[in-house]
Design a protein around this ligand. Structure first.
Ligand code: NAD
Length: 443
């Protein structure tokens, strides 16, 4: 297909997902307009600045802007005029006080876009939504768009991982096209042609299945993590060692070792809210029992956070109040500055609330953490926050924490005690250096 025939794309919502999608599609040769209601974010992106931490994305953004194939706007009119295909990438967070998904951003985006759609085009949902949302949005588009039923809706769930977002977008494991017509299928294929040309597997299905694939995938991953963490609980009660248990399970290739690492559990802007929203949606449509195990997956995950605090308290001889606690990590996972539902900050805040003198360091997430939790104290490095600490707690498994020399840390702390919430360190090495080392699920 010649460049002139490439469909023109818009990306509505330029957060982690949308900004990555817009930049990557422009890098593949598409003419892309990114839209957000956050004018500050749009200004930063247009100036070549990625407003969050994502390896490789800043370089790609600069190139895409220089190529003239990418620009950003806050105008729905401009976006509607530009796009043959509109990708909806706005947030779908958990509703405050409920497990349900907050669809108000998606609804607002679709309504505001629809008002300006005067010609045939495809609107593609990428946000993670409760099943049957797409069918409702299709009705909304037909009702509100001046072009009426000329405007079609498709669903293309997104599986990118923060920290690997560029690679996951340009070389995904698979594409899922939820479509209601052959025309929508052809349009989506045109929007992903360079990626399809790599031999990327594609599953073409209906709208409801496409919506469900995403929440089913996240539910499976969350379940796998909570499964090994449930085994860690049993290990803790029996003196067994979950690290050896996990290693032995992982050799069975029907089980596999990925997402089978025991520790402080999952967090972030996706897994926790997605499994809750799925359980909630299933209850609404009368199949709550089918996924009721997700409630337990969530409960196991939350218990790891309190168990980590128990380990810290045990190492401190039962008393947290007044003790200096050095927390290594704030982001919900390494290679990210995302602190949404971050286990690390949940643990740090709870210990602070219990009267501990907590100091936090993270290589990328400090600005976000400071803004959201100004009540906590922060430092500039692991060694900085560990000054005079009664205990060190590793909460996010950044590579730089794995490389800390036990002897270097020993020089600055008050007591050589460490809780490794992520099994990131070698227990034998730390113990040999005189540290009291504790980890979840291990003797
Ligand atoms: P985000 O909060 O980083 O970004 C959402 C963006 O949407 C924000 O910039 C916000 O200003 C914008 N927005 C809100 N309302 C808008 C409107 N009416 N019009 C235009 N823009 C609007 O969220 P995210 O992490 O990018 O997630 C977006 C969606 O993608 C969610 O459904 C999420 O579950 C899904 N998802 C995220 C990831 C990930 O790793 N972050 C991966 C796969 C799927």
């Amino acid at each position: 297909m010649g460049e002139a025939e490439l469909p023109r794309l818009t990306v509505i919502g330029t957060g982690y997902l949308g900004a990555t999608h817009a930049v990557c599609m422009a890098s593949l040769g598409y003419d892309v307009v990114g839209l957000d209601v956050d004018s500050k974010k749009i200004e930063r992106l247009q100036a070549g600045e990625v407003p969050f931490f994502e390896p490789g994305l800043p370089e790609l953004l600069s190139k895409a802007l220089a190529s003239g194939r990418l620009r950003f706007t806050t105008s729905y009119e401009e976006a509607a005029e530009h796009g043959d295909i509109h990708f909806v990438c706005v947030g779908t967070p958990q509703q405050p006080g409920s497990d349900a998904c907050d669809l108000s951003y998606v609804d607002a985006a679709v309504r505001d876009l629809a008002a300006h759609l005067t010609r045939r085009c495809l609107v593609v949902g990428k946000s993670t939504v409760p099943v049957n949302t797409a069918a409702r949005l299709a009705g909304l588009l037909h009702e509100l768009a001046p072009a009426g039923e000329e405007v079609e809706l498709a669903w293309n769930p997104e599986f990118l991982r923060e920290g690997f977002a560029v690679d996951d977008t340009l070389k995904p494991d698979r594409l899922v096209f939820g479509v209601a017509s052959e025309w929508a299928h052809e349009r989506l294929a045109a929007a992903f042609q360079p990626i399809l040309d790599l031999g990327t597997p594609v599953v073409v299905t209906d709208l409801a299945t496409a919506e469900l694939v995403k929440v089913a995938a996240n539910s499976f991953l969350a379940t796998k993590i909570s499964y090994i963490n449930a085994m860690a609980e049993v290990c803790e009660a029996t003196g067994a060692d979950v690290r050896d248990l996990a290693k032995a399970l992982a050799y069975d290739d029907r089980i596999g070792g990925r997402f089978l690492q025991p520790g402080l559990g999952f967090g972030g802007g996706c897994l926790p809210k997605d499994i809750r929203a799925f359980a909630h949606r299933a209850e609404e449509i009368g199949v709550g029992q089918a996924v009721s195990f997700l409630r337990e997956v969530d409960a196991i995950n939350r218990r790891r956070r309190s168990r980590t605090i128990d380990l810290v308290r045990e190492l401190l001889g039962g008393q947290l109040a007044g003790k200096r606690v050095a927390c290594l990590g704030a982001a919900f996972k390494p290679n990210s500055d995302d602190i949404r539902d971050a286990p690390a900050l949940d643990v740090a805040r709870t210990m602070h609330g219990l009267g501990a003198n907590v100091r936090v360091y993270d290589p990328a997430a400090l600005d976000n953490a400071r803004r959201t939790y100004p009540e906590l104290r922060y430092g500039t490095s692991a060694l900085d926050v560990a000054q005079d600490a009664d205990v060190v707690v590793l909460l996010t498994e950044w590579a730089e924490f794995r490389e800390i020399e036990p002897s270097a840390l020993a020089k600055v702390v008050k007591h050589t005690r460490i809780v490794d919430g992520r099994h990131a360190l070698d227990a034998n090495t730390w113990r040999a250096e005189g540290w009291e080392y504790r980890a979840l699920g291990c003797p």
